[in-house]
Design a protein around this ligand. Structure first.
Ligand SMILES: [Zn+2]
Length: 469
């Protein structure tokens, strides 16, 4: 094994580049899990991180170390197994996905996994944690599912863990004859390509949307009619719908003349990128090489999450409900309802219990403010809702709930008849809105902040812009 450091302890972060050599026996098996634990020998600070693209296996006749102790750190390697062909996949991915935001932002999962140690922040993946995560999964269909806790218990692998579980629940692996190694590789790539430094648009948001989507797919009105392909597409689209999100909105990409804005002609830039990135990963993993038509349908679902198309979908949905002409025997109508379900899942934060809802609200506003700070720094006009001095969290949330969330969920409520889940969600939504109103009043926000935040959004017109998830 070769281990090098890019800087000297106790500076943080410490970046390790490690090259492991594994034995032939191990190399011939499938990689199911591999974890690297770094432990400082001086203060017992511990970080753990999943295997990163900066770790390359090299097939060799040599041996594998289960544990290595170095001067500055201990490295624990837990090898489940590995597979020929896994080697260097991280490098290949970088070469192939030239348009990835991540390629430029951070080139190492290892780097992202290293967080400064503070007491009580350790998240070692031991049996106890796994047991609790498994227990949580047994209640994955409940609306108060705490995705933040689940993410901690799975050591930042909530998306992969959740997707594998749901695929098992629905028997999708067997039904579509999916290769487990390809599935794991694909899900790992998707999770990896979310930016963990984004306060909001990260893999936990994707896992949260996936969990909400699962709850909606279980709605009696839908569940009885959905085919395995519908369920498969719904879950896949939820998991990948924001992949490689840069943490800034479309207007920002347009005004900074980002190459993706030109590539997609300033239309659904982010959603197109999420979809095309997903297609790239699907092809690279070979997961769906034996299935047809999935890529286009996946695209249609992901593109529906473009919030500037909200009115278009809302009006069609309303019309169907008024005319009572939704026929879920028709594949096209089921696909439309999958689009609506995904849109609901994507903006369902205000319908969650307050403690979870509040965290999401603060995270999304933090992401807006970061964009605003960047715009200020580069002397660009600050986008609506992105000015921390003028736009408070309560005012942003009240505008978001009133103009975006309530109109859609009122129709969803109607569609479900309403179901128990819909009633619960509407209850939370109204309570949360009232709570934000109280907070706004208490914070005594400035008048111009109110008037701006209550407008539909940063793109003006009918669009709420990409600021909103
Ligand atoms: Zn989203």
């Amino acid at each position: 094994m070769f281990l090098s450091r890019s800087n000297i302890y106790p500076q943080v972060p410490i970046i390790f580049k490690a090259h492991f050599t594994c034995c032939k026996d191990v190399a011939s098996q499938h990689l199911l899990s591999l974890r690297l634990y770094l432990t400082s020998s001086q203060d017992n600070a511990v970080w753990d991180t999943p295997v990163s693209s900066s770790i390359h296996f090299r097939k060799s006749k040599n041996w594998v170390y289960q544990m290595l102790i170095c001067h500055y750190c201990n490295v624990f390697i837990i090898l489940a197994s590995t597979q020929q062909g896994e080697v260097e996949s991280g490098t290949r991915r970088k070469v192939k996905r030239l348009l990835s935001f991540q390629r430029y932002c951070h080139n190492s999962r290892l780097l992202r996994g290293l967080v400064p140690h503070t007491p009580g922040s350790l998240h070692l993946l031991d049996d106890d944690y796994l047991g609790q995560a498994a227990h949580m999964l047994s209640k994955v269909g409940t609306w108060n599912f705490d995705i933040f806790l689940f993410d901690r218990l799975t050591n930042g692998n909530s998306l992969v863990t959740l997707m594998c579980h749901l695929f098992n629940v629905y028997g999708l692996i067997h039904h579509f004859q999916l290769d487990m190694v390809k599935l794991h590789r694909f899900l790992g790539m998707v999770q990896d390509d979310y930016h963990s430094q984004n306060p909001y648009h990260n893999a936990v948001h994707a896992a949260d949307v996936t969990q909400a989507m699962y709850c909606y797919l279980k709605e009696p009105k839908l569940a009885e009619q959905l085919s395995p392909a519908d369920v498969f597409l719904g879950l896949m689209a939820a998991a990948a719908h924001d992949v490689d999100h840069p943490g800034v909105n479309q207007p920002f990409l347009i005004k900074t003349r980002h190459h993706l804005a030109s590539l997609y002609q300033n239309t659904s830039v982010l959603e197109s990128h999420h979809w095309r990135s997903t297609v790239g990963m699907l092809r690279e993993s070979g997961l769906l090489s034996h299935l047809q038509d999935m890529e286009q349908q996946l695209g249609s679902l992901i593109l529906a999450t473009d919030i500037s198309r909200q009115n278009e979908f809302l009006l069609t949905f309303r019309e169907h409900l008024d005319n009572q002409d939704l026929d879920l025997q028709l594949a096209s109508h089921r696909h439309f309802m999958l689009q609506i379900a995904l849109k609901c899942a994507d903006i369902c934060n205000p319908c969650r219990v307050w403690e979870l809802s509040r965290q999401w609200s603060e995270r999304v506003c933090e992401e807006f403010y970061r964009q605003g700070d960047m715009e200020r720094k580069f002397d660009l006009e600050i986008s609506p809702l992105c000015n921390q001095q003028a736009d408070s969290v309560p005012t942003i949330q009240i505008g978001f709930i009133s103009y975006i969330v309530e109109p859609l969920f009122e129709e969803w409520h109607r569609f479900t008849d309403p179901s128990l889940l819909s009633q619960t969600m509407m209850g939370h939504l109204h309570k949360n809105k009232a709570r934000w109103s109280l907070l706004r009043y208490a914070h005594n926000s400035e008048p111009q902040a109110h008037s701006q935040a209550e407008k539909p959004g940063p793109e003006g017109g009918g669009g709420e812009g990409e600021c909103i998830p």
